[in-house]
Design a protein around this ligand. Structure first.
Ligand code: ATP
Ligand code: MG
Length: 208
Protein backbone atom coordinates (compact mmCIF):
# COMPACT_ATOMS: atom_id res chain seq x y z
CA UNK A 1 0.00 0.00 0.00
CA UNK A 2 1.45 3.35 -0.92
CA UNK A 3 1.03 6.24 1.44
CA UNK A 4 -0.55 9.37 0.08
CA UNK A 5 1.72 12.39 0.30
CA UNK A 6 1.51 15.07 2.97
CA UNK A 7 2.17 18.75 2.29
CA UNK A 8 4.00 21.01 4.74
CA UNK A 9 3.26 24.70 4.39
CA UNK A 10 5.11 27.16 6.59
CA UNK A 11 4.73 30.90 6.77
CA UNK A 12 4.41 33.82 9.09
CA UNK A 13 0.71 34.10 8.19
CA UNK A 14 0.60 37.70 9.41
CA UNK A 15 -2.24 37.47 8.35
CA UNK A 16 -3.16 34.34 6.39
CA UNK A 17 -4.92 35.23 3.11
CA UNK A 18 -6.44 33.75 -0.05
CA UNK A 19 -3.01 33.54 -1.74
CA UNK A 20 -1.94 31.03 0.93
CA UNK A 21 -5.21 29.14 0.84
CA UNK A 22 -5.31 28.81 -2.96
CA UNK A 23 -1.69 27.68 -2.99
CA UNK A 24 -2.47 24.93 -0.47
CA UNK A 25 -5.70 23.89 -2.18
CA UNK A 26 -4.20 23.80 -5.68
CA UNK A 27 -1.06 21.96 -4.54
CA UNK A 28 -3.25 19.46 -2.67
CA UNK A 29 -5.14 18.74 -5.89
CA UNK A 30 -2.10 18.63 -8.16
CA UNK A 31 0.00 16.44 -5.86
CA UNK A 32 -2.86 14.35 -4.45
CA UNK A 33 -2.03 15.37 -0.92
CA UNK A 34 -4.05 13.71 1.83
CA UNK A 35 -3.37 16.72 4.02
CA UNK A 36 -1.65 20.09 4.10
CA UNK A 37 -0.13 21.00 7.44
CA UNK A 38 -0.15 24.76 8.00
CA UNK A 39 2.81 25.64 10.15
CA UNK A 40 2.97 29.15 11.54
CA UNK A 41 6.59 30.18 12.07
CA UNK A 42 7.73 31.16 15.52
CA UNK A 43 10.84 33.27 15.22
CA UNK A 44 11.69 33.09 11.53
CA UNK A 45 15.50 33.07 11.34
CA UNK A 46 15.73 34.65 7.89
CA UNK A 47 13.42 37.61 8.28
CA UNK A 48 12.25 40.20 10.80
CA UNK A 49 10.10 38.84 13.61
CA UNK A 50 6.40 39.00 12.77
CA UNK A 51 4.82 41.88 14.59
CA UNK A 52 1.73 39.91 15.47
CA UNK A 53 1.86 37.53 18.45
CA UNK A 54 2.03 33.84 17.62
CA UNK A 55 -1.29 33.03 19.31
CA UNK A 56 -3.08 35.57 17.11
CA UNK A 57 -1.46 34.27 13.92
CA UNK A 58 -2.42 30.75 14.99
CA UNK A 59 -6.01 31.77 15.69
CA UNK A 60 -6.23 33.34 12.23
CA UNK A 61 -4.94 30.16 10.56
CA UNK A 62 -7.42 28.12 12.58
CA UNK A 63 -10.30 30.28 11.40
CA UNK A 64 -9.08 30.29 7.80
CA UNK A 65 -8.77 26.51 7.46
CA UNK A 66 -11.87 25.53 9.48
CA UNK A 67 -14.12 23.26 7.46
CA UNK A 68 -11.48 22.14 4.97
CA UNK A 69 -10.97 18.43 5.65
CA UNK A 70 -7.51 18.41 4.03
CA UNK A 71 -6.12 21.32 6.04
CA UNK A 72 -4.48 20.83 9.42
CA UNK A 73 -2.88 23.28 11.84
CA UNK A 74 0.53 22.26 13.14
CA UNK A 75 1.97 24.54 15.83
CA UNK A 76 5.21 22.67 16.52
CA UNK A 77 7.41 25.57 15.43
CA UNK A 78 5.69 27.88 17.91
CA UNK A 79 6.32 25.54 20.78
CA UNK A 80 10.08 25.99 20.44
CA UNK A 81 11.82 28.81 22.29
CA UNK A 82 14.58 28.85 19.67
CA UNK A 83 14.38 29.97 16.01
CA UNK A 84 12.41 27.55 13.89
CA UNK A 85 14.59 26.13 11.16
CA UNK A 86 12.59 24.40 8.46
CA UNK A 87 15.27 21.72 8.12
CA UNK A 88 14.81 20.74 11.78
CA UNK A 89 11.04 20.75 11.44
CA UNK A 90 11.31 18.41 8.47
CA UNK A 91 13.67 16.13 10.39
CA UNK A 92 11.10 15.90 13.18
CA UNK A 93 8.29 15.17 10.71
CA UNK A 94 10.42 12.58 8.95
CA UNK A 95 11.07 10.84 12.28
CA UNK A 96 7.39 10.96 13.13
CA UNK A 97 5.96 9.79 9.80
CA UNK A 98 8.75 7.41 8.78
CA UNK A 99 10.99 7.09 5.73
CA UNK A 100 8.24 5.74 3.50
CA UNK A 101 5.93 8.73 3.88
CA UNK A 102 6.08 11.06 0.87
CA UNK A 103 6.44 14.64 2.10
CA UNK A 104 6.18 17.79 0.01
CA UNK A 105 7.49 21.10 1.27
CA UNK A 106 5.20 23.70 -0.29
CA UNK A 107 6.78 27.03 -1.17
CA UNK A 108 5.82 30.12 -3.07
CA UNK A 109 8.35 31.11 -5.74
CA UNK A 110 9.76 34.01 -3.71
CA UNK A 111 10.39 31.76 -0.72
CA UNK A 112 12.05 29.17 -2.96
CA UNK A 113 14.35 31.78 -4.52
CA UNK A 114 15.44 32.78 -1.01
CA UNK A 115 16.29 29.20 -0.02
CA UNK A 116 20.10 29.61 -0.14
CA UNK A 117 19.78 31.91 2.87
CA UNK A 118 18.17 29.19 4.98
CA UNK A 119 19.96 27.10 7.61
CA UNK A 120 21.38 23.86 6.07
CA UNK A 121 19.26 24.49 2.99
CA UNK A 122 20.77 21.72 0.87
CA UNK A 123 19.52 19.15 3.40
CA UNK A 124 15.94 20.19 2.69
CA UNK A 125 16.19 18.32 -0.62
CA UNK A 126 17.04 15.07 1.16
CA UNK A 127 14.15 15.30 3.62
CA UNK A 128 11.22 16.17 1.35
CA UNK A 129 10.26 16.85 -2.22
CA UNK A 130 9.85 20.52 -2.95
CA UNK A 131 6.73 21.88 -4.63
CA UNK A 132 7.18 25.44 -5.77
CA UNK A 133 4.11 27.47 -6.71
CA UNK A 134 4.35 30.34 -9.13
CA UNK A 135 3.95 33.75 -7.52
CA UNK A 136 3.42 36.90 -9.55
CA UNK A 137 6.68 38.81 -9.70
CA UNK A 138 8.93 35.83 -8.99
CA UNK A 139 10.06 34.15 -12.23
CA UNK A 140 10.31 30.40 -12.15
CA UNK A 141 12.04 27.62 -14.06
CA UNK A 142 15.30 25.77 -13.73
CA UNK A 143 16.76 27.89 -16.56
CA UNK A 144 16.08 31.19 -14.84
CA UNK A 145 17.52 30.11 -11.49
CA UNK A 146 20.87 31.49 -10.45
CA UNK A 147 23.65 29.77 -8.54
CA UNK A 148 23.78 28.18 -6.02
CA UNK A 149 20.11 27.22 -6.25
CA UNK A 150 20.36 26.14 -9.87
CA UNK A 151 23.28 23.82 -9.12
CA UNK A 152 21.47 22.21 -6.24
CA UNK A 153 18.31 21.60 -8.30
CA UNK A 154 20.38 20.16 -11.18
CA UNK A 155 22.14 17.85 -8.72
CA UNK A 156 18.92 16.05 -7.81
CA UNK A 157 18.74 12.60 -9.32
CA UNK A 158 15.02 12.65 -10.01
CA UNK A 159 12.93 15.24 -11.77
CA UNK A 160 10.41 14.78 -8.97
CA UNK A 161 12.70 16.29 -6.35
CA UNK A 162 11.66 19.84 -7.20
CA UNK A 163 8.31 20.40 -8.84
CA UNK A 164 7.43 23.76 -10.36
CA UNK A 165 3.68 24.17 -10.46
CA UNK A 166 1.41 26.87 -11.75
CA UNK A 167 -1.33 28.20 -9.59
CA UNK A 168 -3.98 30.85 -10.10
CA UNK A 169 -1.87 34.02 -10.01
CA UNK A 170 -2.83 36.12 -7.00
CA UNK A 171 -0.83 39.20 -6.13
CA UNK A 172 -2.22 39.19 -2.60
CA UNK A 173 0.38 39.43 0.15
CA UNK A 174 0.21 39.91 3.89
CA UNK A 175 2.28 43.07 3.42
CA UNK A 176 -0.41 44.45 1.10
CA UNK A 177 -3.16 43.60 3.58
CA UNK A 178 -1.30 45.21 6.50
CA UNK A 179 -0.82 48.33 4.37
CA UNK A 180 -4.51 48.45 3.39
CA UNK A 181 -5.58 48.21 7.00
CA UNK A 182 -2.99 50.74 8.15
CA UNK A 183 -4.57 53.20 5.70
CA UNK A 184 -8.05 52.39 6.92
CA UNK A 185 -8.93 50.70 3.64
CA UNK A 186 -10.95 47.51 3.39
CA UNK A 187 -9.19 44.16 3.08
CA UNK A 188 -12.45 42.42 2.23
CA UNK A 189 -12.16 39.66 -0.44
CA UNK A 190 -8.41 39.40 0.11
CA UNK A 191 -8.78 37.03 3.05
CA UNK A 192 -11.57 34.99 4.64
CA UNK A 193 -14.29 36.87 6.50
CA UNK A 194 -13.71 35.02 9.80
CA UNK A 195 -10.07 36.16 9.68
CA UNK A 196 -11.15 39.74 9.02
CA UNK A 197 -13.57 39.53 11.94
CA UNK A 198 -10.77 38.26 14.19
CA UNK A 199 -8.48 41.11 13.08
CA UNK A 200 -11.21 43.64 13.86
CA UNK A 201 -12.03 42.10 17.19
CA UNK A 202 -8.41 42.22 18.35
CA UNK A 203 -7.39 45.37 16.50
CA UNK A 204 -4.36 43.55 15.12
CA UNK A 205 -3.38 46.07 12.44
CA UNK A 206 -4.60 49.44 13.69
CA UNK A 207 -4.65 52.30 11.25
CA UNK A 208 -1.89 54.79 11.79
P1 ATP B 1 4.59 38.99 3.80
O1 ATP B 1 4.07 39.97 2.79
O2 ATP B 1 4.47 39.45 5.23
O3 ATP B 1 5.95 38.45 3.46
P2 ATP B 1 3.29 36.76 2.54
O4 ATP B 1 1.96 37.10 1.98
O5 ATP B 1 4.46 36.69 1.62
O6 ATP B 1 3.58 37.73 3.76
P3 ATP B 1 4.32 34.56 4.02
O7 ATP B 1 3.82 34.08 5.34
O8 ATP B 1 5.59 35.31 3.94
O9 ATP B 1 3.13 35.42 3.32
O10 ATP B 1 4.38 33.35 2.98
C1 ATP B 1 4.23 31.99 3.30
C2 ATP B 1 4.37 31.19 2.01
O11 ATP B 1 3.26 31.49 1.13
C3 ATP B 1 5.63 31.51 1.19
O12 ATP B 1 6.11 30.29 0.67
C4 ATP B 1 5.12 32.43 0.11
O13 ATP B 1 5.91 32.36 -1.06
C5 ATP B 1 3.72 31.88 -0.15
N1 ATP B 1 2.77 32.87 -0.67
C6 ATP B 1 2.24 33.91 0.00
N2 ATP B 1 1.38 34.61 -0.76
C7 ATP B 1 1.37 33.99 -1.97
C8 ATP B 1 0.68 34.26 -3.21
N3 ATP B 1 -0.15 35.29 -3.33
N4 ATP B 1 0.90 33.41 -4.24
C9 ATP B 1 1.76 32.37 -4.11
N5 ATP B 1 2.44 32.07 -2.97
C10 ATP B 1 2.25 32.87 -1.91
MG1 MG C 1 6.43 36.72 2.31
Amino acid sequence: MSLSPIGIFGGTFDPIHFGHLRLAEEMADALHLSQVRFMPAGQPPHRAAPRTAAHHRTAMVQRAIAGNPRFVLDTRELEKPTPSYTVETLEALRAEFGEAQPLFLLLGADAFLGLPGWHRWQSLFTLAQLAVASRPGAALSVDTLTEPLRGEVMKQTTTQAVRFLDMTPLTISATLIRAQLAHNRSARYLLPDPVRAYIDEHQLYPSS
